[in-house]
Design a protein around this ligand. Structure first.
Ligand SMILES: [Zn+2]
Length: 311
């Protein structure tokens, strides 16, 4: 029996990752290249189609790809067909990504936020059931957030649900990429650590910031703000499962015990605190690629194309 694959992709600000995800969620012929290698002309959609066609040809996948699935660090429309706002990949904004790729390759095409792909991967790794409420809070350069109800991410009226990084913080006025000022993302994400290195810890590479300065009040307060962000959503939703991850919490010597303690300190007592199920997730290069594969397979099952394609 011929193996069938989903082409999973993760298009970030710096790297383009791609792989063929099989029915057991294993990734094959994984590549991680500079986005500049893929997007080199003035027409990003043509560049993407050309790269995908070459990839499938070179890896012998022409006859065995059942769907394409791409994650973006972006706000997407509710229908998940167009990238609306993506500061780090702005060249993909307002293009008919899904329609154009569908027409070109004649297979189903799915796009979603990269954090949604991450949640699918983490749920599988942790063996978590779909039933119930799950939240994912990912602290990278900014803050990524997904609220899942019975395995389905909440979309919101405009597709922009789960923008937890943009909760306003009293007394703060830092300008934010979203156009507002004083958003939590600027003081509880990697941007804040970069700022500390540029203005306070001039001789410390950002990767050593917790090793060298983890006991400083500025970093303890930073961890507390991460905890407040997560606790805020826990107190609203009383979720069954809470995933916390991203580049920041995976940094060398990041104080996970302190974060755990702080989250519990901010969550309401006795519930939801007493039943809180908190998971810290690891970063891997293939996370969003495999997650994109899982996302597409779920969608194929939903549309009942599954039987014919053996998914
Ligand atoms: Zn904002």
């Amino acid at each position: 029996m011929q193996e069938h694959y989903i082409l999973g992709m993760d298009i970030g600000g710096t790297h383009f990752r791609i792989g063929a995800v099989d029915r057991r969620d294993q990734v094959h012929v994984f590549r991680k290249v500079s986005v500049k290698k893929v997007f080199h002309s003035k027409d990003p959609l043509e560049d993407l189609k050309e790269y995908l066609a070459d990839y499938m040809e070179q890896e012998g996948l022409r006859e065995s790809v059942d769907a394409i699935s791409i994650g973006f660090p972006a706000v997407l429309n509710r229908e998940r067909t167009v990238v609306l706002q993506a500061p780090n990949v702005s060249y993909m904004e307002n293009l008919p990504v899904v329609d154009s790729l569908k027409r070109c390759f004649d297979i189903p095409v799915y796009i979603d936020r990269d954090v949604c792909m991450a949640v699918h991967y983490d749920m599988r790794q942790l063996g978590l059931p779909e039933k119930g409420i799950l939240i994912g809070c990912y602290f990278g350069t900014g803050i990524g957030n997904v609220i899942c109800m019975d395995g389905r991410p909440l979309l919101g009226k405009d597709g922009a649900a789960g923008e937890l990084g943009h909760i306003p913080v009293p007394g703060r006025s830092e300008p934010c990429g979203c156009g507002n000022t004083g958003c939590m993302e600027n003081i509880a994400g990697g941007k804040y650590l970069a700022k500390l290195c540029a203005e306070v810890y001039l001789n410390t590479p950002i990767s050593d910031i917790f090793t060298k300065h983890g006991q400083d009040s500025q970093l303890q307060d930073f961890v507390d703000r991460i905890a407040m962000t997560v606790a805020l959503e826990i107190n609203i939703l009383n979720p069954d499962y809470v995933l916390v991850g991203g580049g920041v919490t995976n940094m060398k010597d990041f104080p996970l015990p302190l974060l755990t303690e702080k989250i519990h300190s901010h969550v309401r007592k006795p519930y939801p605190d007493k039943s809180l199920q908190l998971f810290f997730t690891e970063d891997t290069d293939v996370k969003c690629v495999v997650g994109a594969g899982i996302r597409a397979r779920n969608a194929l099952k939903d549309t009942d194309i599954a039987g014919g394609l053996q998914f």
